[in-house]
Design a protein around this ligand. Structure first.
Ligand SMILES: C[S@@+](CC[C@H](N)C(=O)[O-])C[C@H]1O[C@@H](n2cnc3c(N)ncnc32)[C@H](O)[C@@H]1O
Ligand SMILES: [Zn+2]
Length: 334
């Protein structure tokens, strides 16, 4: 759809949904295309299946039936992104790390999907360049995303599981899925499903948790957090939110602040401390990430030799792959 999308820029909207998105939507029940209801209250397919649009969220979640770990994952992130819903200055600086390998000019006129958008902080960043974009999340985080994306008329917020999302095959020129697939029971199956929505020549940007190959302070930290998670993934979200502040404070003053000081004064032993990506960032960003790490029911961590086969098996060409406390991978379909 690449060339087509370039010609179709600024095609307007219907029922509050950008036309470029509307024509890519498919009914998850019968697969037919959908039209927007005049009152902006949703979409309907030719067989009469209706999906509501409330407070800016086009809701396909009733077509799915989340169970087990999926239900718990959606409960965890729905709580998280509504409790920490504000888009802040530090999100902009995190964006520069996430999108470092992306050629923004190549996104002009293209249609994008941010799969697992959370509160929409990175969807906002890409929306400046894309002709239209879908912010998709399976949890009630979609409500926070809709609030944060209300000033972007080219963005449609969709609530759906990414593994059964309501899109025609090959719909998107650019798919980002940042910090999402490692929370699925079968991340590779989720990746394969995402690729069905990718257009020929389309690009995909992933962020996935990494783990060190050798024993280090970071690997010890990950073992501690894995131990803690056995408890914290079972306590209530409000209680964990309260607990996250003192835990984050210990990490911030014990590792981040001394590390920043060591870096500034050339003290190698301190400069080498882990959690360097938080140096210069406010404490509150660490509170959010502490909650995130301790709450999500499922997490997988990767070394490159486990991820490379994802791209070999699906025929994608890797353009960039770097581990900066997590894998940032940009690839394209040839
Ligand atoms: C760690 S958050 C990342 C949010 C956002 N990409 C960011 O970096 O700010 C992961 C998000 O993926 C969503 N998610 C997890 N599994 C999903 C699935 N199967 N389908 C759709 N969204 C999913 C969660 O609800 C959550 O909002
Ligand atoms: Zn239908």
């Amino acid at each position: 759809m690449t060339n087509q999308a370039e010609e179709e820029v600024d095609k307007g909207e219907a029922g509050g949904i950008p036309t470029l998105v509307l024509e890519r939507l498919r009914c998850p029940t019968c697969g037919k295309s959908v039209t927007a209801l005049d009152d902006g209250g949703g979409v309907e397919c030719g067989s009469g299946h209706r999906f509501d649009r409330t407070a800016g969220v086009l809701d396909f979640s009733k077509a799915g039936n989340p169970k087990g770990s999926t239900e718990r994952t959606f409960a965890s992130f729905g709580y998280e992104w509504n409790a920490f819903d504000e888009v802040r200055g530090e999100d902009e600086s995190f964006s520069t790390v996430y999108f470092r390998d992306v050629d923004f000019e190549s996104l002009r006129g293209k249609v994008g999907l941010d799969a697992g958008c959370g509160k929409g902080r990175y969807t906002r960043f890409l929306a400046r360049y894309l002709a239209a974009e879908v912010a998709l999340d399976g949890s009630s985080a979609a409500e926070a995303a809709a609030r944060n994306l209300a000033d972007f008329p080219g963005v449609a917020v969709v609530r759906s599981d990414l593994r059964s999302a309501p899109f025609a095959p090959g719909s998107f020129d650019f798919i980002s899925s940042l910090g999402v697939l490692h929370h699925l029971d079968d991340p590779f199956a989720g990746f394969e499903q995402l690729l069905t929505y990718l257009a020929p020549k389309g690009q995909v940007l992933l962020y996935l948790y990494s783990r060190p190959e050798t024993r280090s302070l970071r690997s010890i930290g990950q073992s501690c957090s894995a131990g803690l998670r056995k408890l914290t993934t079972h306590i209530s979200h409000p209680t964990l939110k309260r607990l996250s502040t003192p835990i984050a404070a210990g990490l911030y003053w014990g590792l981040v602040v001394p590390g920043a000081w060591g870096e500034k004064h050339g003290v190698g032993s301190l400069a080498g401390l882990p959690m360097d990506s938080y140096r210069g960032k406010p404490f509150r960003s660490m509170t959010l990430d502490t909650f995130d790490r301790l709450s999500a029911p499922v997490e997988h961590r990767y070394v490159w030799s486990e991820l490379q086969p994802w791209f070999d098996k699906t025929g994608l060409v890797v353009d960039a792959a770097r581990d900066e406390t997590g894998w940032f991978i940009l690839a394209h379909r040839p």
